[in-house]
Design a protein around this ligand. Structure first.
Ligand code: NAD
Ligand code: UDP
Length: 316
């Protein structure tokens, strides 16, 4: 698993190790830290390799989850050229290794390939509405190019590739300073600080609890060889950002007030996955409602010491 020490990756490593798989976690710790996978380090079927996927890898494996890429806007905009390299060179290196090992490979793509969508909810057949030269393009276009590479390797070399488009996912081990909306709102609410809504708060997102996403990723890996995707993975229940802020205040019992800040450039106005294909192909759908997932995430945020986390990028 590349990016295995990250938020999603650490949960997926944990699950696969528990299932008895031999897991190699490859990560350069750009947006994560060892504490995410510390509890796995003593396990005989878990191995950690510090490596940057923009450089070739040489490992013997039969399945690959390619998750390495900064995912939060503040993280991927910190060094946009590096973000593109991670998506594109990372895909090339991972696909080269998969070809040599004849491994099947799942690519963690994103709802950002739909950009600021003109179709709602977003089905996989929608080609998207992405600004190719804006500040989000390094991530969106990097992930789109990675999808192209996956499908070209599949067509050229008959490789068993699998692409999932992940929608906003949250849960324990999100980096507390990643600037994403769930981590920001919970951290702000617990500290009694102002909750910062960017824009008018009427923009929407649909939030998937990480355990549900892990179920979907594992189901995708288990599909027959000819199932390439892309398949959307996300929770289809849509919330406004203001609604999320109010729920965070309520669930933390906070006295925080809500303030408005300028909207982010190219911020998608609405986002909701159409998961018809995932329901049909993977027999998968999310089970954890936002209220319950948030309560678990808040409990985790209460349990950590913020000083153990370095803000890798300016916190905004
Ligand atoms: P994350 O930042 O917590 O994890 C990414 C991991 O990749 C980190 O451990 C980071 O150190 C590592 N990494 C980054 N660049 C690397 C490089 N060059 N070489 C090796 N490792 C590198 O983010 P996440 O939320 O866990 O996202 C995991 C994957 O899922 C990403 O590919 C992301 O694009 C995708 N995704 C996530 C979401 C979400 O809401 N969490 C939504 C859509 C897509
Ligand atoms: N957002 C916000 N306040 C914050 C952080 C984010 O209002 O402190 C908004 C952001 O502008 C966007 C939404 O919440 O409209 C989701 O942002 P996030 O960075 O979590 O993920 P995105 O879906 O944009 O990649």
């Amino acid at each position: 698993m590349t990016g295995g020490a990250g938020f999603v990756g650490s949960h997926l490593c944990e699950r696969l190790v528990a299932q008895g798989h031999d897991v190699i976690c490859v990560d350069n710790f750009f947006t994560s830290q060892k504490s995410n996978i510390q509890h796995l380090l003593g396990r005989a079927n878990f191995e950690l390799v510090r490596h940057d996927v923009t450089h070739p890898l040489w490992l013997e494996v039969d399945q690959i989850f390619n998750l390495a890429c900064p995912a939060a806007p503040g993280h991927y905009q910190y060094n946009p050229v590096k973000t593109l390299k991670t998506s594109v060179l990372g895909a090339i290196n991972v696909l080269g290794m998969a070809k040599r090992c004849r491994a099947r490979v799942v690519q963690a793509s994103t709802s950002e390939v739909y950009g600021d969508p003109a179709v709602h909810p977003q089905p996989e057949r929608y080609w998207g509405h992405v600004n190719p030269i804006g500040p989000r393009a390094c991530y969106d276009e990097g992930k789109r190019a990675a999808e192209t590479l996956f499908f070209d390797y599949h067509r050229m070399h008959r490789m068993p590739i699998k692409v999932v488009r992940i929608f906003n996912t949250y849960g324990p081990r999100m980096h507390p300073f990643d600037g994403r909306v769930v981590s920001n709102f919970i951290r702000q609410a617990l500290a009694g600080e102002e909750i910062t809504i960017m824009g008018d708060g009427r923009q929407t997102r649909s939030f998937c609890y990480v355990d549900d996403l892990v179920d979907g990723l594992i189901a995708m890996m288990a599909t027959p060889e000819d199932c390439t995707g892309p398949i959307n993975l996300g929770n289809p229940v849509e919330f406004t950002i203001r609604g999320l802020a109010e729920m965070c205040i309520e669930l933390t019992g906070s006295r925080s007030t809500i303030v408005q800040r300028p909207a982010a450039t190219d911020d998608p106005r609405q986002r909701q996955p159409d998961i018809t294909l995932a329901r049909r192909t993977l027999k998968w759908e999310p089970k954890v409602p936002l209220r319950e997932g948030l309560a678990r995430t808040i409990a985790w945020f209460r349990s950590i010491r913020l000083e153990d986390y370095r803000a890798p990028t300016p916190n905004f």
